[in-house]
Design a protein around this ligand. Structure first.
Ligand code: ZN
Ligand code: ZN
Length: 412
């Protein structure tokens, strides 16, 4: 058996792993967004017999229309695939580049998609694949791949609960572990303390009659924020704009995938939530309110319209709700207090802060997973510091390795 990393080795983005045995099985096929364009995984020359998508994030599914095969994943993931790819095609058209696929290819993926349930075993040739709840976002999977050996691919995962989803409860041991290592050098702050600080910042802004802007990823983060706002009894009108409205409806359609059954819809009934149509944008910012919209790092998206209108109001605030990748507009705004919109540099008078509501495993959770799975070989991927992480795992006795985007034999 061979494992080929087509992407995500020594990087975050374009996750794509090809398992070559009697059949060729693809695990994820994502893309990496670039300032103007996207980066795809390395091209696959072999016939792919089946593809498995771990979850509904672009870095794990964005290139799947390039592969013509049967695709497996949870049912909710198929809806998120369609939502994300439709948006990606739209952005590519706006920005004037061709992705290499269009709406017809997205239809092909939907038509050839086989929804699977957690713990349902799928046979592909001599290999059995079992999806396990990864605790990252609704419908997220790890995949346990069994033939002559047992290989666990984590996708993105989290062991501890968030408000939206239950953490992963991994019981399986495996011979080979292919793991994400996004936060290999970082512990997340205590969740409740972080929430309290976040709510304080929101209340201060609203007390000053300001508008609170919450740039957030559409899938999972927006809904996590809504659950937090509900928990602290926020009474102010909350506006959700852009792709997040569709993602919220998709997640609402799967109440059983939420930590507390149907918690999102119940929270939304208690909160004063309103979806925004583009013509309303100008009007809603005249009164104190909370606005949730993308993109999470201010790389394009609806939120920029609000930032453009409110950047010079010192009673307004912007709270980032997740990690800001170096070089993105969000990262630069936090560093310099400035943002480029429509080719103009704006000095932002609104207060800007960042909060950590990550849906990824923290450093200690990564180590915890390794100990649970107890593998003979570990490939550390999906991180900026995979080599350092592999070295640390070696120091505590594991045979760990940070691969390149290349092929490796995995017979033990
Ligand atoms: Zn993810
Ligand atoms: Zn990822």
């Amino acid at each position: 058996m061979q494992i080929c990393f087509q992407g995500a080795a020594k990087e975050v983005g374009r996750s794509s792993i090809l398992i070559k045995g009697d059949k060729n099985i693809l695990l994820d096929h994502g893309l990496k967004p670039l300032p103007k364009g996207v980066e795809f995984p390395l091209p696959i020359k072999e016939k792919v017999d089946a593809a498995f998508i771990s979850h509904g994030h672009l870095d794990h599914l964005g290139a799947i229309p390039l592969i013509k095969t049967k695709t497996y994943g949870t049912e909710i993931t198929s809806h998120l695939i369609r939502l994300l790819l439709t948006d990606t095609i739209k952005i590519a058209k706006q920005d004037g580049y061709f992705l290499g696929f269009d709406e017809e290819d997205v239809k092909y993926v939907s038509k050839n998609y086989q929804p699977i349930d957690y713990n349902e075993e799928i046979e592909i040739g001599n290999t059995v694949i079992k999806p396990i709840d990864a605790g990252h976002i609704p419908g997220s999977c790890m995949f346990l791949i069994e033939n002559s050996l047992r290989l666990l691919y984590t996708g993105d995962f989290k062991l501890s609960d968030t408000r939206l989803v239950k953490g992963a409860d991994v019981k399986e041991e495996a011979d080979v572990l292919v793991m994400e290592s996004t936060y290999s050098d970082k512990e997340h702050p205590d969740r409740l303390k972080e929430e309290a600080k976040f709510i304080d910042f929101i209340n201060e802004t609203l007390d000053n009659d300001g508008v609170m802007l919450l740039p957030a990823f559409a899938i999972s983060r927006t809904q996590e924020i809504l659950l937090i706002l509900n928990e602290y009894g926020i009474k102010t009108p909350i506006f959700v704009d852009g792709m997040a409205t569709y993602a919220t409806e998709i997640i609402n359609a799967y109440p059983e995938l939420q930590k507390n059954y149907n918690s999102l819809k119940k929270a939304m009934q208690r909160l004063d939530i309103r979806y925004v149509e583009p013509p309303q944008r100008k009007k809603i910012i005249k009164e104190p309110c909370i606005i949730i919209a993308g993109s999470g790092m201010l790389e394009g998206g609806t939120m920029l319209e609000y930032v453009k209108r409110l950047h010079n109001k010192d009673n307004c605030s912007i709270a980032f709700t997740g990690f800001q990748v170096p070089g993105t507009a969000g990262y630069n705004l936090l560093k310099t207090g400035k943002i480029q919109i429509d080719g103009k540099e704006l000095r932002v008078q609104a207060s800007v802060k960042k909060f950590d509501f990550s849906s990824h495993a923290s450093r200690s959770e990564l180590f915890e997973l390794v100990k649970k799975v107890n593998p003979q070989k570990i490939f550390c991927i999906h991180g900026e510091k995979t080599e350092e992480f592999a070295n640390e795992l070696q120091e505590i006795g594991f045979n760990a390795f940070a691969p390149e985007n290349s092929c490796y034999d995995i017979d033990l």
